[in-house]
Design a protein around this ligand. Structure first.
Ligand code: TXA
Ligand code: MG
Length: 324
C-alpha cells in the first residue's frame, strides 16, 4: 500500500523493518526495496519478491559515514585515503564496494568477502535510516531485470501485492541507479556509471579504471550482477541509427530533445525527455518513459543517443542494457 512518507509512517516503516518485513522507500536515484541488512531471513525475502538470483549482491544503505564500520572492515582496505576523499560525495548517488565485516549475512553479499555501501541523499531515506538501529539492504524495487522505479506508483504496479508498505516521497530527482565504484582494486574500478561521473571521481582520487562491460556491451561481466541484459522493458529497444525509417510508423520514439511536428508525425508515439538535450532531464525522465511506452501498444521503442561524457555515460549504459 502506498503511504505518504509522514513522520508517523516512517516510524511505522522502521518498526516493520525491525520485525523482518520489507518496505519500499524513495532515494534520490530510484526507489529501493528495503530489509534489515543484518537479518538474513529478511534479506532472503528481497530475493524472493524480486525473483533475483542469489548470486546478485545487494547494496547496504547507511545514514552517515560514522556507521561505515558496522558493515565494512576498513582494516583490510588498501589505500584508505581514497575512501576519505570520496566521502565528500556522501550523502549522494555513489556506492562503494569495500571489504565486508565477516558477520554480515552472506545472503546480502552473495557469498562475497566484500560489501557495496551507499549513504543516500533523500530526506525520506535519511529519516528512515535514522529511525532504524540497523543498516538497510535495498536493491531497486522492481522485478529482477526490469526497469527501476522512479516513483511510488511504479513500485505499486509491479510489487504492490507482495509488499505491505511503499513510502511515497514523490519522483526521484536523479532517476538512474547510483554510480558503483570498487575500492578493492588499485586503481579503483567503475562497475556501474551513474550521476556521480568518472570525471568527478577522478578529480578526487586520480585515474580510475572503467569496466570493459561498460565500454563494450558484448564482453563478459567482470562482477556479479553486471548482467548484459538489465533495466529492460518487454518491448524491444533499438537505437535510432539501427532501424529503417520504414518501421517508424509502428514505433515509439524516445527523443532527447524537442522535435518539429513533421518529425514527430513519422512515429506512432513520441516522448521528448528534454527540450534541449539536458542530460539531467533525460536521466530523470528516461525510466518513466520506458515504462509508459512498454504499455503503449507499439512493436518497438526507438531511442536517441548522446555522447558518453559525464551523465551521458550512465544514460548510454542503461540504454545499451535495455537494448541487449
Ligand atoms: O541507486 C541505487 O544504487 C539503488 C538504490 C535503491 O540505492 N539500488 C540499486 O541496487 O540499484 P541494485 O540491487 O539494483 O544493484 C546492486 C548492484 C548489484 O547488481 C551488483 O552489480 C552491485 O550492486 N554489487 C553489490 N554488491 C557488490 C559487491 N560486493 N561487489 C560487486 N558488486 C556489487
Ligand atoms: Mg536493480
Amino acid at each position: 500500500m502506498i503511504r505518504p512518507a509522514s513522520v508517523e509512517q516512517i516510524r511505522e516503516a522502521a518498526a516493520q523493518l525491525a520485525r523482518g518485513e520489507l518496505v519500499a522507500f524513495p532515494t534520490e536515484t530510484v526507489y529501493g526495496l528495503g530489509a534489515n541488512a543484518l537479518d538474513a531471513s529478511a534479506v532472503r525475502k528481497i530475493f524472493e519478491v524480486k525473483g533475483r538470483p542469489a548470486t546478485d549482491p545487494l547494496i547496504v544503505h547507511l545514514a552517515q559515514f560514522s556507521e561505515l564500520e558496522k558493515v565494512a572492515d576498513l582494516s583490510r582496505l588498501e589505500a584508505p585515503e581514497r575512501l576519505q576523499a570520496l566521502a565528500a560525495i556522501w550523502p549522494g548517488p555513489l556506492t562503494l564496494v569495500l571489504p565486508a565485516r565477516e558477520e554480515l549475512p552472506l545472503e546480502l553479499r552473495a557469498g562475497l568477502p566484500s560489501v557495496a555501501v551507499r549513504i543516500p541523499n533523500h530526506p525520506v531515506a535519511q529519516a528512515l535510516l535514522r529511525e532504524c538501529t540497523f543498516p538497510i539492504a535495498a536493491p531497486s524495487a522492481n522485478p529482477f531485470s526490469y526497469v527501476s522505479p522512479t516513483c511510488a506508483e511504479h513500485v505499486e504496479a509491479q510489487l504492490g501485492a507482495k509488499i505491505d508498505l511503499i513510502l511515497d516521497g514523490g519522483e526521484c530527482a536523479v532517476g538512474l541507479e547510483s554510480t558503483i565504484l570498487s575500492l578493492l582494486e588499485s586503481p579503483a574500478l567503475l562497475l556501474r556509471p551513474g550521476a556521480i561521473s568518472v570525471e568527478q571521481i577522478e578529480s578526487l582520487i586520480g585515474p580510475i579504471k572503467v569496466s570493459s562491460k561498460i565500454v563494450s556491451a558484448s564482453q563478459a561481466a567482470p562482477a556479479p550482477g553486471m548482467l548484459k541484459k538489465h533495466y529492460s522493458p518487454r518491448t524491444p529497444v533499438y537505437f535510432k541509427t539501427e532501424v529503417s525509417a520504414d518501421s517508424f510508423g509502428h514505433s515509439a520514439l524516445i527523443s532527447f530533445s524537442e522535435l518539429s511536428s513533421s518529425e514527430r508525425d513519422r512515429f506512432a508515439k513520441v516522448i521528448e525527455l528534454s527540450q534541449k538535450g539536458d542530460l539531467n532531464e533525460i536521466a530523470h525522465n528516461l525510466f518513466k518513459a520506458l515504462r509508459e511506452l512498454d504499455h503503449g501498444g507499439v512493436s518497438q521503442i526507438i531511442v536517441d543517443q548522446c555522447s558518453e561524457h559525464g551523465l551521458g555515460l550512465a544514460i548510454m549504459d542503461r540504454l545499451r542494457k535495455a537494448h541487449a
